[in-house]
Design a protein around this ligand. Structure first.
Ligand SMILES: [Zn+2]
Length: 292
């Protein structure tokens, strides 16, 4: 529908090549690559299973937003690459198969890309069960056609926005996160039939924060950033010896996102895990496995 078969094959090859050649942000000992055989939708969400003890990947959901640039520059100053799961209605709309970009939204994404980060797919409308968007339906209760449209539209707009901002297409990782982490094997089957230029990998869930301790709950409860960051740090420190590895979720559409991220990183950088390994913030590609 959106891309030719040839282009799809090329894109898939490029995506897999990128996944197999990635390197962690910090220098690590040589090791055999641990790469999953294919990047496809799973029956159940995955998070940090391919990370090693001490490794953390920072992910940011629901932008690009006004606060995204501050998060992006903070990470850049610390030498960390973040994965920003974009909601594409911020970037424009698709009409007749063509992207109509919103320049303000593209500028916000451009700020993220200028700071060296990568982007994932978080659907077009961010459908959450019981919320106002999408008639109150979440991803698992949308029609198959609408579920596919949600991810296809985001795919078109994210690619168009990256190109429009003058960045390389490789800055879009073939990663998908479902709004609210809503998922089912049936949805995996539905989305596997979507018209995407490469097979997406996902859904990517998270290990930190713990359920019920998410940043948006902190802010709705009136918690301080210090208090919320302590929850995030505690969640990592509570992981079992030898299994302290985490995909971390922060929502960059909140103004507190930069400070929360800074406090979390500062609290853990330079520390060691219970097993004695250094805590390090690695490239988001390491979610599927990378050469270190
Ligand atoms: Zn979200």
């Amino acid at each position: 529908m959106y891309r030719s078969t040839l282009r799809a094959a090329v894109a898939l090859t490029a995506a897999v090549a990128a996944l197999t050649s990635c390197t962690a942000d910090t220098g690590e000992e040589p090791a055999a690559p641990s790469v999953e055989s294919a990047s496809t939708f799973r029956d159940a969400p995955v998070a940090g299973v391919n990370l090693r003890d001490g490794e953390i990947v920072l992910t940011f959901d629901d932008g690009p937003a006004t606060s995204s640039a501050a998060v992006a520059t903070l990470l850049q100053s610390k030498g960390i690459t973040g994965l920003f799961f974009a909601v594409s209605h911020h970037l424009g709309s698709v009409e007749g198969g063509a992207a109509r970009l919103d320049s303000a939204g593209v500028a916000k994404l451009d700020a993220v890309l200028d700071a060296g980060h990568v982007v994932g797919n978080h659907t077009h409308d961010h459908c959450i069960q019981g919320a106002s968007a999408c008639g109150g339906r979440g991803m698992t209760t949308l029609s198959a056609a609408e579920a596919r449209r949600q991810i296809e539209t985001a795919d078109v707009l994210i690619r168009a926005a990256i190109a429009s901002a003058g960045h390389d297409a490789s800055r879009y990782l073939p990663f998908f996160r479902s709004p609210g982490n809503a998922w089912s094997p049936a949805l995996a089957q539905t989305l596997s039939q979507a018209s995407l230029p490469s097979n997406a990998y996902g859904p990517v869930a998270w290990d930190v924060p713990r359920r019920g301790e998410e940043d948006f709950r902190c802010w709705s409860e009136g918690r301080s950033v210090t208090s919320c960051a302590a929850r995030y740090v505690s969640a990592f420190q509570a992981m079992p010896r030898g299994g302290q590895r985490a995909v971390v979720l922060v929502h960059d559409n909140f103004t507190q996102a930069r400070e929360l991220t800074e406090r979390f990183v500062n609290a853990l950088a330079g520390t060691r895990t219970k097993a004695g390994n250094p805590v390090r913030f690695v490239h988001p590609r390491c979610i599927v496995g990378c050469t270190r």
